[in-house]
Design a protein around this ligand. Structure first.
Ligand code: SF4
Length: 323
């Protein structure tokens, strides 16, 4: 059941890199990888974080899972501050919060049979007896579209799509409440992407897992996410429900990203908005609105004043002087 209670709350999250260098060296640059980002994810919902490479999406994912420290702000899991938990509390919580990587191969031990790789966390966390592990492994392999006969094979014997299925099986065997999936389909062929997206939809329906789905591709996010946040240089530019963002995008950056999403009907055409230039160096972000150097609608004040991130309709937030 999808609920109205947030499982994850991110409040004014900041993650700066280079702070410690600055202590010794006055001019050392600080990269504000994530700057004052807030959002929440209700139980059973999937929240999509989108933006170009370098926008801070993965840094937010790692900060939520406490795979790295944060500079400021709060991350609450079921009301408890994750970054204030003791090591023991965090270890007890670990099975409930899982991570699916872009490249599952890098997280698989090449010398470990996949059945053992999928089941090892159950034993590490002492979640079941050794003799039951095999049955549980077979069960999740089947859910993830793998054959139980493949248990004794090694990672190199699988295709990219199958390895991603293994990565997903490793995460769901622990019966997590929350999963961060970081670009889980971007390394796959388009036809395989569709299969993995279908697997995620099946897990949403059957397991009531809450997801943070990170992607640079808005067409992928559209199929899975009920709410979406659009990031640019570590700052949230727009946030709203899927319908709000896709049918009425307000921020020029969101409009440009959506204009690149293909329409399945060949008789319909969307006018493509091509952004000029590349994403600026995060250690020297533009003044005022960080997007002004690429925005086709920028006015003089955009170079000076930071736009307020304001709610323009219920649940729909945007940071732009023109909205
Ligand atoms: Fe463009 Fe100005 Fe709006 Fe930024 S504030 S998105 S530069 S119009």
């Amino acid at each position: 059941m999808k609920g109205q209670t947030p499982l994850i709350e991110v409040k004014n999250l900041k993650k700066y890199f280079g702070e410690s260098d600055r202590f010794f060296k006055r001019n050392a640059s600080i990269v504000k990888a994530v700057d004052n980002v807030s959002f929440s994810i209700n139980r059973g919902e999937t929240f999509g974080l989108v933006g170009e490479s370098g926008s801070g999406k993965s840094t937010i994912g790692k900060s939520i899972l406490r795979l790295q420290s944060i500079t400021d702000g709060e991350v609450l899991f079921d009301g408890k501050n994750l970054h204030q938990m003791s090591k023991k509390e965090l270890r007890d919580l670990r099975p409930k919060i899982q991570f699916i990587f872009q490249d599952p191969y890098s997280s698989l031990n090449p010398r470990l049979r996949v059945g053992d790789a999928i089941g090892e966390a159950l034993l590490d966390h002492e979640l079941c007896e050794k003799h039951v592990v095999e049955e549980k492994v077979k069960e999740v392999m089947e859910i993830c579209g793998l054959s139980k006969d493949q248990m004794n094979r090694y990672p190199h014997e699988f295709s990219g799509g199958q390895r991603q299925r293994i990565g997903i099986a490793r995460a769901i065997i622990l019966q997590p409440d929350f999963i961060v999936a970081d670009e889980p389909v971007s390394a796959l062929d388009v036809s395989i992407q569709a299969q993995i997206i279908n697997l995620f939809s099946k897990l949403q329906r059957q397991k009531n897992i809450t997801f943070l789905f990170i992607s640079h591709d808005l067409s992928v996010v559209e199929h899975l996410c009920s709410h979406i946040g659009v990031l640019y240089l570590g700052t949230m530019m727009e946030l709203g429900s899927r319908d709000q963002l896709y049918s009425k995008p307000l921020h020029p950056y969101t409009k440009a990203l959506i204009s690149a999403v293909p329409i399945p009907n060949p008789t319909l055409k969307r006018e493509r908005i091509i952004l000029k230039g590349d994403i600026p160096n995060p250690s020297k972000p533009p003044s005022g609105c960080k997007f002004h150097t690429r925005c086709p609608y920028a006015i003089d004040s955009c170079k000076i004043e930071v736009p307020e991130f304001k709610e323009v309709e219920k649940g729909h937030f945007v940071a732009c002087h023109l909205v």
